[in-house]
Design a protein around this ligand. Structure first.
Ligand code: DHB
Ligand code: FE
Length: 280
């Protein structure tokens, strides 16, 4: 018996999307076009709910702080509480973990020479909960366990695209060696172009975003060599979140994956929303 990566899912994590869902505003004129575009993805997810998700995201100074800045963190807990980001925790269920698979991935990936920080307690912020809400909608309980993998993209130095792609490959090898019969999805979240502060606040670069969507599907190896300064110059200071998509892409071996879904939408808060579902 062994497990496998059945799909990789990519999506922005705009906090205002979570607020729109939580306050029942998804039918309002500003939000309806975006949620309509995600609807086929939610239907696909209903039909293809995995046994577990490895969810690559970034914490935004909520669970982690400047006191300790791990580059890569994996959550081993049985359950992850919802972070209070200043307005109380989002009204969504706690996120169930998968301690056995998470411990196996930690063991395997660290033995493959990646330095992961182990989190036995971790509150999860909008970086993780908004993608879950987008893909599963409002639920009494999340439909499968989730293993959080937090990447530092908030405080420099942040990991390179190359390191993220290679981490994804190591995670896939770990999953394929797990002695249980599980369908696993790996999600890469954050992005696309956005900058939240400074003179360029509100920056959107649709040309860069579309090019990134093309290249992550067809040529992740070359995309992984793009330096940080290009992300920041072209996609804004928070556009660097996109390196996390390379972790998910690395978790899928296929040179030419099947593109199940692609979506690009502006406006959503300050962010260009991008989304892909790929299958081997
Ligand atoms: C926004 C986007 C983010 O990725 C984030 O973490 C916070 C805010 C925004 O578009 O408003
Ligand atoms: Fe963010």
């Amino acid at each position: 018996m062994s497990s496998r990566v059945t799909a990789t899912v990519y999506t922005s994590h705009v906090p205002a999307i979570g607020v729109a869902i939580d306050l029942g505003k998804t039918g309002e004129p500003y939000w309806r076009p975006l949620f309509e575009k995600y609807e086929p993805s939610r239907e696909w997810m209903d039909a293809n709910t995995p046994d577990a998700i490895v969810l690559v995201y970034n914490d935004h100074g909520n669970a982690l702080s400047l006191e300790l800045i791990p580059t890569f963190t994996i959550g081993l807990a049985a359950s992850f509480p919802i972070a209070d980001e200043g307005w109380g925790p989002r009204p969504v269920p706690e996120v169930p973990g998968h301690p056995a698979l998470a411990a196996h991935i930690a063991q395997s990936v660290i033995q493959q020479d990646f330095d992961l920080t182990i989190a036995n307690e971790l509150a999860v912020d909008h970086g993780l909960t908004v993608p879950l809400s987008i893909m599963f909608g409002e639920r009494e309980a999340w439909p499968c366990p989730v293993i959080p993998v937090a990447v530092n993209v908030v405080q420099y130095p942040v990991p390179s695209g190359r390191r993220c792609l290679e981490l994804g490959k190591a995670i896939r090898r770990a999953i394929e060696q797990f002695d249980d019969d599980l369908d696993v999805q790996v999600w890469g979240t954050g992005g696309m172009s956005h900058q939240l502060q400074g003179p360029r606040a509100g920056l959107i670069n649709a040309e860069f975003d579309h090019d990134f969507l093309d290249r992550i599907v067809t040529d992740p190896e070359r995309l992984a060599d793009m330096p940080h300064v290009d992300y920041v110059r072209e996609a804004g200071s928070e556009g660097i979140e996109l390196v996390m998509w390379l972790v998910a892409r690395g978790a899928m071996a296929a040179a030419s994956p099947r593109e199940v879904r692609r979506l690009y939408h502006v406006p959503a808060s300050n962010t260009a929303v991008g989304h892909l579902i790929l299958q081997p």
